[in-house]
Design a protein around this ligand. Structure first.
Ligand SMILES: Cc1cc2nc3c(=O)[nH]c(=O)nc-3n(C[C@H](O)[C@H](O)[C@H](O)COP(=O)(O)OP(=O)(O)OC[C@H]3O[C@@H](n4cnc5c(N)ncnc54)[C@H](O)[C@@H]3O)c2cc1C
Length: 481
């Protein structure tokens, strides 16, 4: 299968989840593959994202549970004051990172992928420049090239990062110390997850959100009930509609807050630390995409549904891009799915990604999850397509398992077409919401209707009955034909 005129059949630049899945899949399919990584094998997810943050959430979640004497008393349990060792929690996260990084590297080696350490760039069509760690620079050729260079934290102007008192999630995952008072700038999923960790471990949090409400990227009904529990009932003081226009590291850290509209300074805070969680920017700067004439869109690489890189809407031959650098649903499983799809297309199978069925989760306690359309988007779609949008709400307080766990604060909102019952989206807040969403994601992927879904039997008593009830309620709303 290999083409002798090239050094490799495929070169992948970036060994995050997107690059990893692409390289492994291609090699297992018989291609001669090299992967280039400039930092740590496994990329953001393994080293600075999903993996360490979920390890911290797991440990701090246990602390929260054991410290919640009121909740435990509901079961008749009375525990001693909970004690924890910050360093051991940090060690748990670090060990997990190094385990998963090693496993992933070995998996690539076993699959026969050539791992090249250094910085990759494009050098025109089917040519990749590699600046190795020792400074040696060489050019390699490949029949196809996949760019999977991911993203980095975005730091707004006026904010100085010192990595110790003012930091991003890159440093926060190390849990080097526990500030008494920390300001978290941004109330997206990363800000919320770290607020969950810090409050469980006894820190006081100020949450600063520039948009007009906290949790602006979540469904408004879900955000309302989630904010009540995850923000208002905790040691968190949240402000919306204010910009952190200046953050100066030190002891204390000085923050200047300005009104978003007038830009007038409205408040100054002195806190022990600041976590900047204001989104992520694509890592595309030094890739020399200009050598192929590719124009970036706010730094993101434009692609089509097959992962082909586009110039003015037309695909560039043999050039593909996957993962965060493409700016589509910036999640690890999106990157991995894109990587596999790119390779299948390289191999000649036509595969197009379905972003609508990709779920997203926030691993707070309790969790938040979603799949498919937001309500506003679904309403627009309904008016364009000429059908009525159906919405139902299913509550955890009516669920036996949630009640048994004394965790009945939760809501699922289901969006569907009233003409044929097709599921368009779902938003969940509640115990194990991240697991519950998968069932709906599968239904969205198959474009299934609540008519068939409502006939599927769910185990009793499980949280999945929250989803079953939503499907059954939806059927009752369908237009009678
Ligand atoms: C705190 C945090 C928590 C998260 N939690 C979750 C979660 O729970 N679930 C989830 O799905 N997602 C989560 N994410 C998002 C997830 O980490 C990313 O979506 C995912 O890592 C994207 O994968 P990627 O392969 O596109 O890029 P990355 O993982 O960013 O990998 C890109 C790799 O390319 C390398 N690279 C860049 N430029 C070059 C170059 N020129 N040459 C060679 N190598 C290069 C980088 O060093 C990096 O290793 C989280 C992110 C953060 C920050």
């Amino acid at each position: 299968m290999s083409d002798a005129q090239f050094d490799f059949d495929l070169i992948v630049i970036g060994a995050g989840y997107g690059g990893f899945d692409a390289a492994k899949h291609a090699s297992e399919k018989g291609l001669n593959v090299a992967i280039i990584e400039s930092r740590d094998m496994g990329g953001t997810c393994v080293n600075r994202g999903c993996v360490p943050s979920k390890a911290l959430l797991a440990a701090s979640g246990k602390v929260r549970e054991l410290a919640d004497s009121k909740h435990l008393a509901g079961f008749g349990i009375h525990s001693a004051p909970v004690r924890f060792e910050r360093q051991k929690i940090a060690d748990h996260a670090n060990k997990l990172v190094s385990n998963i990084r090693n496993n992933l590297t070995k998996a690539l080696e076993r699959a026969g992928v050539t791992i090249l350490l250094g910085k990759g760039r494009l050098e025109g069509s089917q040519r990749v420049g590699l600046r190795e760690v020792n400074g040696v620079d060489r050019v390699l050729t490949a029949k196809d090239v996949i760019v999977a260079t991911g993203s980095d934290p975005f730091v707004p102007p006026g904010i100085t990062i010192d990595g110790r008192t003012v930091f991003t999630s890159d440093e926060a995952v190390n849990l080097e110390w526990l500030p008494r008072w920390i300001a978290i700038i941004g109330s997206g999923y990363i800000g919320l997850e770290f607020a969950d960790v810090y409050t469980a471990l006894g820190c006081e949090v100020s949450m600063i959100e520039a948009l007009d409400r906290v949790m602006p990227t979540f469904d408004p009904d879900i955000a309302k009930i989630a904010a009540r529990n995850l923000i208002e009932s905790r040691d968190i003081d949240a402000r919306a509609g204010v910009l952190a226009t200046k953050v100066v590291p030190g002891c204390p850290v000085n923050i200047e807050l300005s009104d978003v509209k007038s830009r007038d300074v409205v408040e100054r805070l002195e806190v022990d630390a600041v976590l900047v969680a204001t989104g992520r920017v694509p890592s595309s700067k030094d890739l020399n995409l200009e050598s192929l004439g590719v124009e970036l869109n706010r730094g993101f690489i434009p692609i089509d549904g097959k992962m082909r890189v586009l110039i003015n809407g037309s695909p560039v031959p043999n050039l593909w891009a996957v993962g965060d650098v493409t700016g589509k649903l910036m999640l690890a499983h999106t990157a991995a799915a894109q990587g596999t799809i790119a390779v299948d297309n390289i191999l000649g199978d036509t595969r197009i990604i379905d972003y609508r069925s990709i779920p997203a989760a926030t691993f707070t306690h309790p969790e938040i999850s979603s799949v498919g359309m937001m309500e506003l988007e679904a309403r627009k779609f309904a008016s364009e397509e000429g059908f009525e949008l159906g919405t139902v709400r299913s509550y955890f307080k009516a669920n036996s398992k949630a009640l048994a766990e004394l965790e009945s604060d939760g809501l699922m909102k289901l969006l569907f077409r009233k003409d044929n019952g097709e599921v368009l989206g779902a938003h969940i807040y509640g115990l194990h919401a991240a697991d519950l969403i998968q069932e709906v994601a599968n239904a969205v992927s198959r474009r299934q209707s609540v008519i068939e879904l409502s006939k599927e039997v769910h185990t009793h008593p499980t949280l999945s009955e929250v989803v079953e009830i939503a499907y059954k309620q939806a059927v009752n709303q369908l237009e009678k034909t």
